[in-house]
Design a binder for this molecule. Structure first.
Ligand code: GLN
Length: 472
């Protein structure tokens, strides 16, 4: 069910928050033994649900747009009084002392958080296999990954435990799991949504995003969580947040040369079919060149680990994180980090400190940042002639657990999503069809990329091409 359908039922008295939250908890109880989407389930949500049910009964249901709606939240987003581990051993027992800005806003809107979801440790990965607490499985096929790093959030929505879950997207972590699980996955413009209370991975790339069943729901949630926040200096308000126009007919740009290597032929075929549908609806589809986008992966895997190495320095067993006493202070740092952090976190810290070290800074980090500036220019140039850029979200459908042992093959899944974070623009993944693999029908997504602050265009196209067709 979508949020808006649920909300209508609440207002019409056809169901109650008590029933909806009880249903959420029972779906989790039944299915999560196998799927493992959740790290923590909040049974005390029932008390909140009862209060919300009473508010509807008292005619106060209209006052809050999400009153009584059960949602799930990725476990790298702080919820006051709840465990926030980032799926890392080093924060295994950490309890958040305050609400993240996005949580404040959703609570204020009346949402009921029924649990926190699994992720790759500190959001580093694309399969949720890097969680220190075990992987999440794809509800469509339990032998496959749900994507990542927001795999728990995607699985929570796909297994119908909640109509919406929050994720974070540093290089595709909302869009790619949405693609693998058959959901809408939306990543806002950098700075549109406050990062206050999000565990930082790559601070210049991170944004909170939405996993939902409809574009209209994603739009509604965005309306609630966006906005300037003094606690996050990178947030942009209405003065700088200049919306771009929606149109009757759009021009879509397809970066053709980008769509060659390593893309599953079935994914490509579904993508071509979508382009045909756009044309049939009277839109224009043109080929564009984005040569620098193709270097996006290389730039991302320098910039991101550099920021990771700096952001994760705080988890040293003294300032933050579980302490493992050593024979002296240095030894305590070493022991705590060695025991507390997983292999992917360590890999990225090593890479990051390397590219930032003196002598290599200019050769790697400086160059990647320069490439990033050029990518931004290149993309702005393209947006002078097209309204939206369109690509598949990921090169393949969901892969098998354990299939991508070599980190590089995992990183390659991010080829279409990371340029979006490097340039700070908004993007959305929408289900575009399913492919058959060994008896399973696996969803795959199409990605629409809009200019800076062009969210309304994404929602407009999404509602016209997806919601309407799906009868939402
Ligand atoms: N898969 C990407 C990575 O491993 C993206 C992660 C993310 O967006 N948090 O870095």
């Amino acid at each position: 069910m979508t949020i808006s359908e649920l909300r209508k039922k609440f207002l019409a008295g056809e169901t109650t928050p008590t029933a909806a939250v009880a249903e959420s908890l029972s779906v989790i109880k039944e299915k999560d033994v196998d799927i493992h989407a959740f790290l923590d389930v909040y049974e005390d949500a029932m008390a909140e649900a009862e209060a919300a049910t009473k508010a509807y009964a008292d005619g106060k249901g209209e006052e809050k747009p999400l009153l009584g709606v059960p949602i799930a939240v990725k476990n790298n987003i702080l919820i006051k009084g709840r465990k926030a581990t980032g799926a890392s051993k080093i924060l295994e027992n950490y309890v958040a002392a305050y609400d993240a800005a996005v949580i404040e806003k959703l609570k204020e809107a009346g949402a009921i958080i029924v649990g926190s979801t699994n992720l790759d440790e500190f959001a580093m990965g694309g399969s949720t296999e890097n969680s220190a607490f075990g992987p999440t499985k794809n509800p469509r096929d339990l032998s496959r990954v749900p994507g990542g790093s927001s795999g728990g959030s995607a699985a929570a929505v796909a297994m119908k435990a909640v109509p919406m879950a929050l994720g974070t997207d540093t290089g595709g972590s909302v869009r790619q799991p949405a693609s693998y699980c058959g959901l809408v996955g939306f990543k806002p413009t950098y700075g549109a949504v406050s990062r206050y209370g999000l565990m930082a991975m790559g601070s210049s790339l991170d944004q909170a995003g939405v996993l939902s069943n409809s574009v209209a729901d994603a739009e509604m949630i965005f309306g609630l969580i966006k906005g300037k926040d003094d606690r996050d200096m990178t947030t942009i308000g209405p003065d700088t947040f200049k919306e771009v126009s929606v149109k009757e007919k759009y021009t879509f740009g397809v970066p053709r040369s980008f769509l060659k290597d390593g893309i599953d032929p079935d994914v490509l075929e579904l993508f071509e079919r979508q382009l045909e549908e756009l044309k049939a609806a009277g839109h224009q589809v043109v080929d564009i060149e984005l040569p620098l986008f193709e270097a996006g992966l290389a730039a991302y895997y320098i910039v991101m680990p550099a920021e990771v190495s700096s952001n994760l320095a705080r988890y040293d067993g003294i300032r933050y994180g579980a302490r493992h006493e050593g024979k002296d202070l240095i030894d305590t740092y070493l022991e705590s980090r060695a025991k507390g952090l997983g292999p992917e976190a360590k890999r990225r810290i090593l890479l990051g400190t390397y590219v930032l070290s003196s002598g290599y800074y200019d050769a790697y980090y400086g160059k990647a940042e320069a490439a990033r500036a050029l990518m931004r220019e290149e993309l702005n140039g393209v947006f002078e002639t097209v309204d939206l850029v369109v690509t598949p979200t990921a090169p393949t459908p969901a892969f098998k657990l354990g299939e991508k042992e070599d980190p590089l093959s995992m990183y390659r899944q991010d080829i279409f999503t990371v340029p979006v974070n490097l340039t700070g623009v908004p993007a959305m993944s929408l289900p575009m069809g399913e492919v058959e693999r060994e008896g399973s029908s696996l969803p795959v997504g199409i990605q629409y990329i809009a200019p800076h602050s062009g969210e309304n265009r994404l929602f407009d196209v999404g509602k016209r091409t997806y919601d309407q067709k799906a009868g939402l």
